[in-house]
Design a binder for this molecule. Structure first.
Ligand code: PLP
Length: 468
């Protein structure tokens, strides 16, 4: 073969020839031909750009294949995967809210293939998918009936659209909530086809305000739990019992969106009290909605419990079909509800409750044990000390209540070290990304939610940080 003095551009390898190389066969075996072609094209395109910029990159086949291999590794990494949530927010919406118990994970796997989702094994005929959770929800809340949909926003949408289409819904001005940027009660109300009738003022709403607002066009009274904020000072809200009595006297339903809604009395576990669906129903609510993946500790779901005739109206609404749960979520929800049959074991078996009730002393001991290894891992790029901090429940539950906790504070080395942002980025780049929070120029890891310290420690050698 003759070697003409070709320009670097002309020496860029041809994709066809690279695809026929024996080394490429292994790549095709692992990634599939289409992905390897895309990887080789990306590698050659990168080289072309570098050559055009005047650089002289290595153009040997092995160098090009090396680039393609890197591209393929990156492209085949799953986008969604596990992280260590060391933010101090236990039910972190952006980090997947409640971690599922092993029982739920097993139930998801068991239902992954063909499953009796809507099939009665007794009669051999069509069944209802809600049957897998309804009895447990009724038992745990004392409700006549229950249904479950995709999330609590969907539950609220379904209730409003089923019971108040083209009619008025009364809501206290103090409860026109926005949660997590995308759930705004007034917007959901509009999309549900209802007219919002605001009652009272931001800080004070009285029963008389509701009485005056009630009219022939009123379809229901809605109360929304003020999840992620609290109005303090000169305030007044109407008691559930009074609202329930008023709604009943006018023959319209009283609906409560509890948001988190704990199925058990959290105060019994030393946590701040949160209203329960059973307590809210006992106070006279006709329907109560709440999330599956907040304090309940299960999969993403929206649960509605209450009067049978109203739940039947929800089930007859075509929107129910659009908002329904899939078999894996139903399997997980059923498995989590089963754990509630033995409430005493919940702090041990339900991760959300286990993390929320984790004793501070245990977290301090963990922080002290991990400190030297983390200091060695950051290799002088930061000083590491054990600090007291506060965890939050998250997902709008009890926003002002803090849980005393402990963690590690990583302060960037004064001169020439990585800043706190760069430290945080290095931890995020680990095989299981570690997510902390940057505050006052330091990176803070709240260790309340760290339950697998050995997996956390094992990846520290890959940090690749060094002072200057
Ligand atoms: C969280 C919350 C919602 C939304 O629930 P999702 O399950 O996230 O859809 C609605 N209302 C209240 C009061 C909430 O706290």
């Amino acid at each position: 073969m003759t070697h003409s003095p070709r320009t670097p551009m002309a020496r860029l390898p041809a994709i066809d020839r690279l695809l026929r190389l024996p080394q490429t066969a292994a790549l095709i075996e692992g990634h599939g031909r289409a992905m390897v072609v895309a990887g080789l094209r990306a590698a050659v395109a990168g080289l072309r750009a570098e050559v055009a910029g005047g650089a002289e990159p290595a153009l040997a086949d092995e160098a090009v294949l090396g680039r393609a291999r890197k591209w393929l590794e990156h492209a085949s990494r799953p986008s969604l995967g596990p992280v260590f949530n060391l933010t101090g927010t236990v039910l972190h919406t952006n980090l997947g809210r409640a971690p599922l118990p092993a029982e739920a994970v097993a139930a998801i796997a068991a239902a992954a293939g063909a499953a009796n989702l809507e099939f009665s094994l007794d009669s051999g005929r069509r069944g209802e998918r809600d049957e897998h959770v309804e009895a447990a929800l009724r038992r745990l809340t004392g409700a006549e009936a229950a249904t479950a949909v995709n999330n609590n926003a969907a539950a609220v949408l379904l209730v409003l659209n089923s019971l108040a289409l083209r009619r008025e819904v009364l809501v206290s001005r103090g409860e026109l909530i926005e949660i997590g940027g995308s759930f705004r009660l007034p917007d959901i109300m509009a999309r549900a086809g209802c007219r919002l009738r605001e009652v009272g003022t931001t800080n004070r709403t009285h029963l008389a305000d509701f009485e005056q607002a009630l009219g022939p066009r009123t379809a229901l009274v809605l109360k929304a739990h003020s999840s992620n904020y609290r109005i303090e000072g000169f305030t007044a809200a109407v008691d559930d019992r009074d609202l329930a009595r008023l709604a009943r006297a006018h023959g319209i339903p009283f609906v409560v969106d509890l948001g988190s809604g704990s199925l058990i009395d959290l105060a019994a576990f030393g946590l701040p009290a949160e209203p329960t669906p059973s307590g809210t129903l006992a106070a006279g609510a006709d329907l109560v909605t709440f999330s599956g993946d907040k304090l309940l500790g299960g999969p993403q779901a929206g649960i509605v419990v209450g009067r049978r005739d109203l739940v039947e109206r929800l089930n007859r609404n075509p929107l129910k079909r659009a908002l329904r749960l899939d078999k894996t979520a139903l399997a997980a929800l059923a498995a989590v509800l089963r754990l509630y049959d033995d409430p005493d074991s919940l702090p041990r078996r339900l991760p959300a409750l286990r993390l929320l009730t984790r004793p501070r002393d245990e977290i301090v001991a963990l922080a002290e044990r991990l400190r030297p290894a983390v200091a060695a891992g950051v290799d002088g790029a930061a000083s590491v000390d054990v600090v007291a901090c506060d965890s939050q429940i998250g997902s709008g539950a009890l926003p002002v209540e803090m849980l005393p906790s402990a963690g590690l504070r990583l302060r960037p080395a004064v001169r020439g070290g990585a800043g706190a942002g760069a430290l945080a980025a290095a931890f995020r780049a680990l095989p299981i990304p570690v997510i902390g929070r940057v505050r006052h120029g330091a990176l803070l890891f709240d260790l309340r939610c760290l339950e697998e310290p050995e997996r956390f420690l094992a990846q520290l050698p890959r940090l690749g940080l060094r002072r200057s």
